[in-house]
Design a protein around this ligand. Structure first.
Ligand code: GAL
Length: 350
């Protein structure tokens, strides 16, 4: 009898093990991606942090019926992700004028000085005019993150004197803050990139030593700068290669896909020069139906990068898909992005 129970138990464990991990260790862009518990991964508009040899993937938690604003997953191989739970809960987000804010495009960086994990996100309300940076911190990479403040990082009013109407209160509060990313440079200085001025102009601002706000006093072209001026770009995904700063962006067509651009600069504060669309092949003008959110240096290489995009399904946002693709450098220093139905960290670069 006991033997029978053991057999049934072993069979059940075997069946669970057989279905709990991805069948193959590979990326399948655009397919539903399951975590190690066989649940759909929800890390939309996300970013990845490598800390103590573990990758943490944070993103918009669109789990139907869930309480999460930001989710966290962990992995050691980038294919298999364990859900670590809710990093930042919805009920921890501020309420203003009777409305609870929501977050988009969360990213987390680690501050070696304070030993804190710092989360930045686009904090928003219905209508998309609230347009603030939401900042939260945690002692652990998996959270829970504690909400700290909602701000417009650059409280510069000069360029907004003529703004009329001014629905986002830019004259008083400074430029809007929408699609964003954070980047820690080799010298441990951190920067936030964000779509400002109703998405017309991208901003880059250096962060303070704690990474919890802008470096003060804020001085244009010294601690912050306007880049891609009046270019109407969003979805910023910065990365560094051979001492130069690259920035992949999308155009501004809401949830609909459009053509990407890759720009390059010698200085992180710019000026940035467009190198054109890095995508090649079918659907290149639509970034393969995705929008940029992050560029991750591939494990063990300074030459290889992974493009992370979102295939948004606006009619059913929780069904939006994650698209990871190899981003390869060309001999002339530009980057190319190619579609692969399936690829892995060995065969993807050919
Ligand atoms: C896009 C943006 C998304 C989301 C969407 C809402 O332009 O990249 O993150 O804000 O608009 O319509």
């Amino acid at each position: 009898m006991r033997g029978t129970h053991q057999f049934v138990f072993a069979l059940a464990v075997g069946m669970f093990a057989a279905t709990s991990a991805p069948a193959k260790l590979e990326f399948s862009p655009g397919e539903t991606w399951l975590d190690t518990s066989n649940k759909t991964i929800h890390a939309h508009g996300g970013g990845v942090l490598l800390h103590s040899n573990i990758y943490y993937w944070y993103g918009e938690d669109r789990t139907p019926g869930g309480s999460g604003a930001v989710s966290c997953y962990s992995s050691t191989n980038l294919y298999e992700w364990k859900r670590e739970g809710v990093a930042l809960a919805r009920f921890d987000l501020p309420r203003t004028d009777g409305q609870r804010a929501f977050v988009e495009r969360p990213k987390v960086i680690y501050n070696p000085r304070t030993k804190k994990f710092v989360l930045w996100a686009h904090l928003e309300q219905r209508g998309y005019s609230y347009a603030r940076a939401g900042i939260a911190t945690s002692d652990s990479p998996t959270g829970p993150f504690k909400f700290l403040q909602a701000i417009r990082p650059v409280a510069n009013t000069n360029d907004f004197a003529e703004l009329n109407p001014d629905p986002a209160d830019e004259k008083v509060l400074g430029s809007m803050f929408r699609d964003m990313n954070v980047y820690v440079d080799d010298d441990d200085r951190a920067y936030v990139f964000y779509a400002g001025e109703d998405n017309w102009t991208m901003y880059v601002a250096r962060l303070n030593d704690d990474f919890t706000g802008p470096k003060l006093p804020a001085v244009e072209n010294k601690t912050w700068a306007k880049i891609l001026v009046r270019a109407h770009r969003e979805g910023p995904a910065p990365f560094k290669y051979h001492g130069k700063y690259y920035l992949i962006t999308s155009a501004c067509t809401g949830w609909k896909p459009n053509a990407a651009d890759c720009a390059v600069a010698d200085n992180i504060l710019g000026p940035y020069q467009s190198l054109g669309n890095p995508c090649v092949g079918e659907n290149a003008d639509l970034t393969y139906e995705t929008q940029s959110t992050f560029v991750l240096p591939a494990p063990g290489s300074k030459e290889r990068f992974i493009f992370i995009g979102d295939e948004w399904h606006p009619e059913n946002l929780p069904d939006s898909r994650h698209v990871w693709l190899p981003l390869t450098v060309q001999t002339n220093g530009t980057f190319k992005l190619r579609w692969h139905d399936h690829w892995n960290l060995t065969n993807g670069w050919k």
